[in-house]
Design a protein around this ligand. Structure first.
Ligand SMILES: CC(=O)SCCNC(=O)CCNC(=O)[C@H](O)C(C)(C)COP(=O)(O)OP(=O)(O)OC[C@H]1O[C@@H](n2cnc3c(N)ncnc32)[C@H](O)[C@@H]1OP(=O)(O)O
Ligand SMILES: O=C([O-])CC(=O)C(=O)O
Length: 374
């Protein structure tokens, strides 16, 4: 068996192409979108502005933003045929499979006919994803056929309104907006790389995004926010968290929401979502889940020098907002769609099919023994 670290397994540390969209870990722990620090964007922009930035390379002025939001607003509803497909997906389906099917089916109904329609396709998915998720969830879990259009001004508020059937608080609106900004883009992560590989064959936008959703689904990537939630809910107190985590490490189990392929000392998104998680815990009136999360963070750093990635405090933050755990990773889809689509556009703008080589480790050349003699 080849040593994973020496063989460059997982393509770690190798450049697989160029991008003008994002830097990850450039100054140790930094994250920038088109040159803007993610914390600057989280403090001073909205998710729609970030989507515009990723799709166009520049932040919009007020007129451009108003126009863009009007365009997105007009595309929130779902075609009847898609609603009928969503109605047939059972309640125990994995919500990421629902997102994958929803994306793929929309691509049948409203295909990207040629690359001149790439912005149209990306914006359609951006506007429709919250409804795809909530329409299926409310129908399959509560037997309710929701109206897919709300008057909410933002995509984050729109999602919360669809889910809860009422307008969210200002705090929840703001946290959802920040969360969507934090998850929007992350260079050549696994799901984005999937989208780019698909784009490099000159495939269509819906295929690229469908493949990316399948890649994000895994617990080593986007699925970690749900897995982190399942874990912290099992801990009864900060002390219990530390004891149980020690056991997990001893058994060589992976602790979800910790560690990163690129960052070495911290994930810059963590401090931001952690602050909002604390605010939500105080508003919730019971900080125990937040306190347990902090104990996990301390324990992992002290014992393994492993830090929380973007997913860990998202778990408690989403929980405090009353979001069902199974919808955590689909929210990531609603956000990361922007990064995926921007990378698809970038790949297309200077394309060569992505086709690396492999180091062969199989048998020496040999000849086929007739089946009667094997
Ligand atoms: C938004 C996102 O997608 S962020 C990532 C979300 N994923 C998770 O939270 C899942 C848990 N984390 C992990 O599995 C990993 O840290 C990954 C997949 C994110 C990165 O994997 P790698 O690049 O292979 O990690 P890295 O090389 O830093 O690992 C170093 C060592 O720390 C260990 N390690 C890394 N993360 C963890 C963890 N969360 N729990 C326990 N041990 C860990 C590895 O097993 C490895 O040990 P080894 O040297 O004995 O094999
Ligand atoms: O970059 C990665 O490998 C994973 C990650 O944090 C992301 O996609 O947001």
């Amino acid at each position: 068996m080849v040593d994973k670290k020496l063989s460059g397994a997982g393509l770690r540390g190798q450049s697989a192409g160029e991008t003008a969209l994002c830097t990850v870990g450039k100054s140790g722990s930094g994250l920038t979108y088109c040159g803007y620090d993610v914390s600057d964007l989280a403090d001073n922009a909205t998710f729609e502005e970030v989507a515009y930035l990723l799709f166009n390379g520049e932040l919009p002025n007020q007129t451009q933003l108003d126009h863009y939001k009007t365009e997105l607003y007009a595309q929130r509803d779902l075609p009847q045929a898609l609603k009928e497909v969503l109605q047939r997906i059972p309640a125990d389906a994995h919500p990421m499979d629902v997102m994958r099917t929803g994306c793929s089916f929309l691509g049948n109904l409203e295909p990207e006919n040629d690359f001149s329609e790439q912005h149209k396709a990306a914006n359609r998915l951006l506007a429709a994803f919250p409804a795809i998720m909530c329409y299926w969830y409310k129908f399959s879990h509560e037997g309710v056929e929701i109206d897919c259009v709300t008057e909410e001004d933002t995509i984050g508020g729109h999602f919360l309104h669809l889910l809860n059937g009422k307008a969210p608080s200002e705090l929840h609106r703001r946290v959802m907006d920040v969360s969507l900004i934090l998850y929007a883009e992350h260079e050549f992560n696994a799901s984005t790389f999937t989208a780019r590989v698909c784009a490099s064959t000159l495939s269509d936008m819906f295929s690229c995004i469908t493949g990316a959703i399948g890649t994000l689904r895994g617990p080593l990537h986007g699925g970690a926010n749900e897995a982190a939630m399942d874990m912290i809910q099992k801990f009864s107190s900060p002390a219990d968290a530390k004891t149980q985590m020690a056991g997990m490490l001893e058994r060589k189990e992976k602790i979800m929401g910790f560690g990163h392929a690129i960052y070495r000392t911290s994930d810059p998104r963590n401090v931001i979502i952690k602050t909002w998680s604390e605010k939500l815990a105080n508003e919730f009136g019971d900080t125990s889940l937040y306190d347990i999360s902090v104990a996990c963070e301390e324990f992992m750093w002290d014992s393994k020098k492993l830090f929380c990635n973007a997913d860990f405090f998202h778990a408690s933050a989403y929980h405090f907002m009353g979001i069902p755990t199974k919808l955590f990773t689909p929210i990531f889809v609603c956000s990361r769609l922007t990064g995926w689509a921007a990378h698809v556009m970038e790949q297309r703008s200077n394309n060569r099919i992505i086709r690396p080589s492999a180091d062969y480790t199989g048998s020496e050349p040999r000849t086929v023994t007739p089946i009667s003699k094997r």
